[in-house]
Design a protein around this ligand. Structure first.
Ligand code: NAD
Ligand code: GLY
Length: 385
């Protein structure tokens, strides 16, 4: 990755335990605790939220093999009764049939309204478990313990819960805020490189949408973060969580600025829909492709410089993320543009019959707009074939 000439944010030695990030939502406010080794003590962190009799852990098969025992041990030490529901790993578990099975198992095991669901895993588990928690008994509390970089910087914070529809991604869901988010940065040690990179795309997103200094910092420290440097990792996760907390506190239900968090998603979701969920492209990879095109489109429309678009492309490519269609499993990239535009119309980013795009007036200056000619969207997609 190239060295940035811009200003650099300082990198602290590490995060202090007092450094929890607050999500300020009045009576529904909660903390995001970030640091190494937090899973081992999760039981005592959860006790104050455990007003009912028991905890239902929802996790996936991969995470269960790695971390479930750590969680059940600490819950046991804290005297919290618990049971576990495990789903297959991967995006396919955000479907109706898995939702039905999990909800029925939660209810069948004798859940009460003051019981607690704990989501242990990546964004798939978090979105699914959060949705189950939001509807079972008309809503019970839940806690997020995210174990992927993507989930630690994005999906575990902000209360969006969802499963996928055959018509598109995350189309069935509710806003339901967690009571607590526990980010144990050590869990990233076992994350496959490709999943780490997919999460890194979401990290880059925060720089691109609103923090040019953070993007410059990533240009010079992104390698260290991806290599597992604990300080770089904790620092970046904290910056992202602080940014997301600020945005969610101002606009919980995405009536305005929260939409900026969808940078890269209009193109990215269309690509995911075209390829098929679980069809070989990770969500973060789709977002990386989408952010590249969002900046290409911004440059084409004269909103940002081609230099900014080039800088985005160069950084994502250097990290090893896909920035063109031929780097993805999409069929026939050369004539994919209209198919992708077709998927955009099924996404929930359509408002008043118009497609919504997050474009940028420069790095760190994202804007929401519906004022985008389709011929320009088509042109950047064709150029990205
Ligand atoms: P994921 O949950 O499928 O996890 C990726 C893979 O990594 C899975 O196979 C999982 O088993 C494995 N894994 C998880 N933690 C691990 C660890 N510590 N070590 C080894 N393997 C581990 O995918 P994801 O990228 O975390 O999340 C993607 C999902 O998040 C998508 O469905 C997306 O729509 C959703 N999302 C939601 C929001 C939101 O605001 N709710 C935001 C962004 C993305
Ligand atoms: N990941 C987008 C949001 O939480 O709004």
């Amino acid at each position: 990755m190239r060295n940035a000439s811009g200003p650099r944010a300082p990198m602290p030695d590490d995060l202090s335990p007092a450094g929890a990030v607050q999500v300020g939502l009045g009576s529904r406010s909660y903390e995001i605790r970030i640091g190494p080794g937090l899973l081992a003590d999760a039981g005592s962190a959860i006790v104050p939220f455990c007003t009912g009799q028991k905890v239902v852990i929802i996790t996936d098969e991969t995470v269960a093999a790695l971390y479930l025992e750590h969680l059940t041990d600490t819950l046991g030490d804290a005297g919290i009764a618990h049971r576990t529901i495990t789903v297959p790993s991967g995006e396919a578990s955000k479907d109706f049939s898995t939702f039905e099975r999990v909800a029925e198992e939660v209810i069948g095991g004798g859940v009460e309204r003051r019981d607690l669901i704990v989501a242990l895993g990546g964004g798939v588990v978090g979105d699914l478990a959060g949705f189950v928690a939001s509807v079972v008994l008309r809503g019970i509390d839940f806690i997020q313990i995210p174990t992927t970089l993507l989930a630690q910087v994005d999906s575990s914070v902000g209360g969006k819960t969802a499963i996928n529809s055959s018509h598109g991604k995350n189309l069935i869901g509710l806003f339901h805020q967690p009571r607590l988010v526990i980010v144990d940065t050590d869990t990233l040690d076992s994350l496959p490189r490709r999943e780490l990179l997919a999460g890194y795309a979401e990290v880059v997103k925060y720089g691109l949408l609103g923090d040019q200094d953070f993007f410059a910092w990533l240009e010079s420290h992104g390698d260290a973060l991806l290599a597992g440097d604990p300080s770089a990792r904790s620092y970046a996760i904290r910056v992202c969580c602080e940014a997301k907390a600020r945005i969610v506190a101002k606009d919980e239900r995405e009536a305005g600025i929260r939409a900026l968090l969808n940078l890269g998603h209009t193109f990215g979701h269309a690509l995911e829909a075209e390829i098929g969920y679980g069809g070989g492209l990770l969500h973060g990879e789709a977002v990386a492709f989408g952010m590249t095109l969002a900046f290409d489109l911004s440059a084409r429309l004269g909103r940002c410089s081609t230099g900014d678009a080039d800088r985005v492309r160069a950084h994502l490519a250097a990290a090893g993320l896909p920035i063109s269609l031929k780097e993805t499993p999409v069929q026939n990239p050369a004539d994919a543009a209209d198919r992708l535009i077709g998927h955009m119309w099924s996404d929930k980013k359509v408002a008043g019959g118009k497609l919504t795009f997050i474009l940028a007036d420069g790095i760190g200056q994202a804007v929401v707009t519906q004022d985008v000619p389709l011929k320009d969207v088509r042109a950047v997609l064709q150029a990205a074939a």
